[in-house]
Design a protein around this ligand. Structure first.
Ligand code: TMP
Length: 236
């Protein structure tokens, strides 16, 4: 029986016989508002494992190093073990969620230029927004490393915005987590409808976890629709 190294809200991390690699298993469990709201999204784990595999493969092809090695089965990926930074990088193209709350801007307002935000990955503190000086003060990343992380996040945004646009999906915003692999910065964690806002480009229908967060219904259907469009893309 492999050793369970870590269990988070949506994933489990298992040890492998290779100390440099771990297995990432995607669960159907869903939480929101720092774990206050809990539920299950049927087959979310299957959808998210596949989507992370496809999106990380697209990013690798575009020259963005990721932790993905390969998909092992419908819920599990083999990935490089990373020493994760305690930062969450959020990129936004359109006003939504906490940016709407913080600024009073209308959800759906297109930003003239994408913005990158930095959050402190701390469940105890509720993942607060940090400015660059807070990041330096907390020694979460040097100014040079932070600039590099923002640059990588912008590159991911360019690649994925174009990818989703082909599928009739607007990439509103998303969250990334990076880690270190032998002194090198690598994109880790997942990219899924749990960690992105994805809107139908024509109708603005929400195809992401906001359906769960906001009780909009048709949650499973939204995840399946994203997967269906991604897998239909002829380029894959
Ligand atoms: P926010 O508008 O709530 O700050 O969310 C911005 C993006 O980050 C959105 O695409 C959802 C994603 N996100 C996560 O992946 N994990 C989280 O814990 C939160 C709060 C947001």
């Amino acid at each position: 029986m492999p050793e369970l190294l870590y269990e988070g809200k949506a994933k489990k991390i298992w040890a492998t016989s290779d100390p440099d690699r771990v297995e990432m298993e995607f669960k159907d469990d869903a939480t929101a508002f720092n774990g206050q709201k809990r539920g299950t999204i049927l087959d979310k784990g299957v959808v998210n494992a596949k989507l992370t595999t496809v999106l990380f493969t697209v990013l690798e092809r575009a020259g963005v190093p990721t932790h993905l090695v390969r998909q092992l089965d419908d819920r599990r990926l083999l990935v490089d073990r990373l020493d994760m930074l305690a930062l969450e990088m959020v990129v936004r193209n359109v006003v939504a969620g906490s940016l709407a709350q913080r600024t009073g801007l209308q959800e759906g307002t297109r930003l003239t230029t994408p913005i990158v935000e930095t959050y402190y990955k701390s469940d105890a503190l509720g993942d607060p927004l940090l400015n660059d000086e807070h990041v330096a003060m907390l020694e979460l990343a040097s100014p040079e490393r932070l600039a590099d992380l923002k640059q990588r996040a912008r590159t991911v945004n360019r690649v994925l915005s174009a990818f989703f646009a082909q599928l009739g999906i607007l990439l509103v915003d998303f969250k990334l987590e990076f880690g270190m692999r032998r002194g090198e910065v690598v994109l880790g964690d997942e990219i899924t409808p749990d960690t992105c806002r994805l809107w139908d480009a024509q109708t603005q229908v929400r195809l992401d976890k906001d359906r769960f967060r906001r009780d909009l219904g048709q949650v499973e259907e939204a995840y399946q629709e994203v997967l269906r469009r991604v897998m239909q893309n002829a380029a894959l």
